[in-house]
Design a protein around this ligand. Structure first.
Ligand code: FE2
Length: 228
């Protein structure tokens, strides 16, 4: 006979790791504070966009993630009821969408910095060296990342990511709010209309050209250093 504590531990071990993580963290996600004022990225990204994007859009992903995790946790205590399994399967898309939205936006805010501070400045160091090794120049990287991000159909993200297998920086895109899982994210660019439409309307290339003036390369380098 298995002691109750051992049974609980055995059940927990049998659950997928992601499910255990959701149970452990239900209802705890909060909107991170921006590391600068809403208008600090002007004229490249307007204060109006930043305020809506952060306080409304990102908050909605946080709320959706907390709600989905709470529901998921309830279903996990439903025992052998297969209808609970169906409900849990239905929740996967909400977890992916809202969880991805929270992960991506939390990364995105830190990815940006006012041009009057470190924004847009790529100093000598491992990031500059690696960009030049893998793309030839920063200008080449900008061209490739802008072109592939502008070509995302519908909503999504453009990324400079680190390929763990090839040990190289690569440009990749993800759809919707899918988080980048194939690579380690180094720089992420939000190409949802809510990120640029109020200022740039439908002209994605203008937004993509402007955002490089406020990319926080120091943050990107810190991420790269963790995998080099
Ligand atoms: Fe966004």
């Amino acid at each position: 006979m298995i002691a109750p504590l051992a049974r609980t531990a055995a059940r927990a071990a049998a659950r997928p790791a992601f499910a255990r993580a959701f149970v452990a963290s239900r209802g705890v996600h909060t909107l991170p504070e921006l590391p600068y004022a809403y208008d600090a990225l002007e004229p490249h990204i307007s204060g109006e966009i930043m305020k809506l994007h952060h306080s409304k859009h990102h908050q909605t992903y946080v709320n959706g993630l907390n709600a989905a995790e709470e529901q998921y946790a309830k279903l996990q205590s439903a025992g052998a009821d297969v209808s609970a399994v169906k409900e849990a399967i239905k929740l996967q898309s909400a977890l992916k969408f809202n969880g991805g939205g929270h992960i991506n936006h939390s990364l995105f805010w830190k990815n940006l910095a006012p041009a009057s501070k470190e924004g847009g400045k790529l100093e000598a160091g491992p990031l500059k060296d690696t960009i030049e090794r893998d793309f030839g120049s920063l200008e080449n990287l900008k061209k490739e990342l802008n072109a592939k991000t502008a070509a995302v159909q519908g909503s999504g993200w453009g990324w400079l990511g680190w390929n763990q297998a090839t040990k190289k920086l690569e440009v990749v895109t993800t759809a919707n709010q899918d988080p980048l899982l194939s690579h380690v994210p180094i720089i992420g660019i939000d190409i949802w209309e809510h990120a640029f439409y109020l200022q740039y309307k439908n002209v994605k290339p203008d937004y993509l050209n402007a955002i490089w003036n406020v990319i926080n390369f120091k943050e990107a380098e810190a991420r790269l250093k963790t995998v080099l």
